[in-house]
Design a binder for this molecule. Structure first.
Ligand SMILES: NC(=O)c1ccc[n+]([C@@H]2O[C@H](COP(=O)([O-])OP(=O)(O)OC[C@H]3O[C@@H](n4cnc5c(N)ncnc54)[C@H](O)[C@@H]3O)[C@@H](O)[C@H]2O)c1
Length: 263
């Protein structure tokens, strides 16, 4: 009997997407990638400097927000949903990364209380708050998706040695928040699987971003592919998860790290 190939549907032009943290290194890449593919894109972030060229597009709106201002943040999410007249996909991409912190705050210690507090609030509470804000309308419509962004450092510990002598690091709070996001993905995925809501997670490995030559050398030595990720290398996975082709995929953590967490 001839094998009948299933009809795959990678079309995402009917999707209304809410992207939290769409102005950073990967966020701006996602904004650019999705800008001409989805029906409507609402981007929430602290600023829009990297994505200004997209926000005049008819189908893209930027909402300035600060996750640390909890009530205002949730209000902005609801405003974005009203403007799009619904939401099909939430992407939780914001995080307090050390690169961001170096530019924006003076303290970024590996495990001091201030870093822990802000990092957990932005990275973990931010994903939690956005999720609980969209779930009621998704439940009502019996469809929707949440795509969380964790990290390979939510799966394995960073090798602390590679940060020695660098002006950035991977704090304890970052790993803890990312591990928790993977747990939250599984909990929400199973809770809402029979209500039409799919929850998955992407865990990128380290992305090239003008790090020092010594850091890149140390990082490469720990990676089976002997290189860091390029910022475009998560786009197609994101596309697949947004599309209806991933209809039967829930609760997964897709680790895209060139095998760094495998050995
Ligand atoms: N770049 C990497 O190597 C890498 C590796 C693994 C995982 N990740 C994850 O991918 C995602 C994107 O990473 P990135 O490299 O683009 O980081 P980034 O620091 O460039 O972007 C993070 C975004 O979060 C936003 N943000 C921070 N604090 C906020 C607040 N209080 N309110 C609202 N927004 C706030 C920033 O403005 C920024 O746009 C993050 O979740 C990160 O943890 C990145």
């Amino acid at each position: 009997m001839a094998y009948k190939q299933s009809s795959m549907n990678f079309n995402i032009s009917n999707k209304k997407v809410l992207l939290i943290g769409g102005n950073g290194l990967l966020g701006a890449e996602y904004t650019s990638y999705l800008s001409d593919k989805v029906k409507y894109l609402s981007v929430l972030d602290l600023s829009s400097n990297n994505i200004n060229k997209y926000i005049n597009d008819e189908n893209i709106t930027f909402f300035k927000c600060n996750i640390l201002e909890r009530k205002k943040f949730v209000k902005k999410i609801n405003t974005a949903i009203s403007k799009m007249k619904g939401v099909d996909v939430l992407i939780n991409n914001a995080a307090l990364t050390s690169e961001f912190s170096l530019k924006n705050r003076s303290i970024f210690n590996e495990f001091d209380y201030e870093t822990w507090d802000e990092s957990i609030k932005v990275t973990l509470y931010g994903s939690y708050l956005a999720s609980i804000a969209v779930i009621p309308s998704m439940v009502k419509l019996k469809k929707g998706q949440i795509i969380n962004v964790a990290s390979h450092y939510g799966v394995v510990s960073p090798n602390h040695n590679i940060y020695k002598g660098e002006n950035f690091n991977c704090p304890l709070s970052y790993s803890v928040a990312k591990t928790a996001i993977i747990g939250m993905t599984k909990w929400l995925a199973t809770k809402y699987a029979d209500k039409g809501i799919r929850v998955n997670c992407i865990s990128p490995g380290g992305v090239e971003n003008k790090q020092s030559k010594t850091f890149i050398k140390k990082y490469k030595a720990l990676n089976p592919m002997k290189r860091m990720a390029r910022k475009s290398e998560f786009n197609e996975l994101l596309h697949y998860l947004i599309s209806d082709s991933s209809e039967y995929v829930i609760g997964h953590n897709f680790i895209v790290d060139g095998g760094a967490s495998v050995w």
